[in-house]
Structures are given as structure tokens and as C-alpha cells.
Design a protein around this ligand. Structure first.
Ligand code: CMP
Length: 155
């Protein structure tokens, strides 16, 4: 089975709400491996690229100004099937309908202020990681957890 990567952003509302540690902790406890982490002021250019699929939506301008209003915390996480695993931990877009137990379900009420972004596919993850991280900022390593989180036949 292949280890893959996904991009996560803790959005400005997540930073303001003091949820950085809680969010990192949830991914760590799940058994995912953190391979990149930094705070970023997202520029309009970065956000236009990041949210290219939403460029014709009515909320595009609001979304970009919200995402550029404060630093975000960008991360890359690694694991088997990490894209769908992280999306499940994050929950559906609208906080007040998101499943209890998910990050949005436990901490959010809003659609725009939904705390966190998670890549929706492996190709999006690669594209998104390249927007916020230089190649040498994404650090692969052997984790002591690798042999405990996964059975040998899975790795
Ligand atoms: P996410 O799914 O991470 O990526 C697109 C973001 O656009 C979404 O989270 C919300 O933050 C935001 N969004 C989606 N729909 C709306 C909407 N109708 N109005 C404002 N923001 C939205």
C-alpha cells in the first residue's frame, strides 16, 4: 500500500479560536505523520491558485479576503489513504451539519468559517503542497510509530 500526502490549512478562524494544538493532536493521535509545518500569510496570488476551482463562485472574493486576513497554519501529513482519512477527521463543509466527532462537527457552526482545509484528492494535495511549501520544507523521515501504527504487510 502506498503512503501518500495531504495538505491541511488551519484557517484564520482556527488560529483565532486557539485550535492549532487540538487539530495537530487529533492527527497525531490517529497515527498520521507530520512532514511539513509553517505559518503563512497567504497572498492574493497564492489564494487564486489555491481556490482556482471556485473562481466563478459568488463567495470567491470573500473567501480570499478571509483567508488572507490573518496567517494560516499550513501542514502536510503522510499516511496510507491519508486524503480520505483526513477529510473524515475534518468533517463536511458546513460546521453545524458536520458529524459530531469530526473537527468541524465538534468546533464549528459556519460554512465560511469552517476552521480547516483538507485536500480533496491526491493530485490536489500535490498542487496545494507546492503552493505553500518549497521542496526542501517537506521532510520525509522514519517515524518510531511506523511499525506500531501499521502491520508489516500494509507498509
Ligand atoms: P473548503 O471546503 O475548505 O474550501 C472552499 C471554501 O469556501 C469552504 O471550505 C468554505 O470555507 C468556503 N465556502 C464554501 N461555500 C461557501 C459559501 N456559500 N459562502 C462562503 N464561503 C463558502
Amino acid at each position: 500500500m502506498a503512503f501518500t500526502r495531504t495538505a491541511v490549512l488551519v484557517k484564520p478562524d482556527g488560529l483565532q479560536r486557539g485550535l492549532i494544538g487540538e487539530i495537530i493532536s487529533r492527527f497525531e493521535r490517529k497515527g498520521l505523520k507530520l512532514v511539513a509545518l509553517k505559518m503563512v500569510n497567504m497572498t492574493d496570488e497564492m489564494l487564486s491558485e489555491w481556490y482556482a476551482e471556485h473562481k466563478d463562485k459568488s463567495f470567491f472574493g470573500d473567501l480570499k479576503s478571509f483567508m488572507g486576513s490573518l496567517p494560516i497554519v499550513a501542514m502536510a501529513w503522510e499516511g496510507i489513504d491519508v486524503v480520505p482519512v483526513v477529510r473524515k477527521l475534518v468533517g463536511t463543509t458546513l460546521g453545524r451539519e458536520a458529524e459530531a466527532g469530526s473537527i468541524r462537527g465538534d468546533f464549528g457552526m459556519s460554512q465560511q468559517y469552517n476552521l480547516i482545509h483538507a485536500s480533496s484528492s491526491e493530485s490536489d494535495a500535490e498542487r496545494e503542497i507546492a503552493i505553500v511549501f518549497e521542496k526542501d520544507e517537506v521532510l520525509g523521515y522514519n517515524s518510531a510509530l511506523d511499525g506500531v501504527v501499521y502491520a508489516d504487510y500494509e507498509r
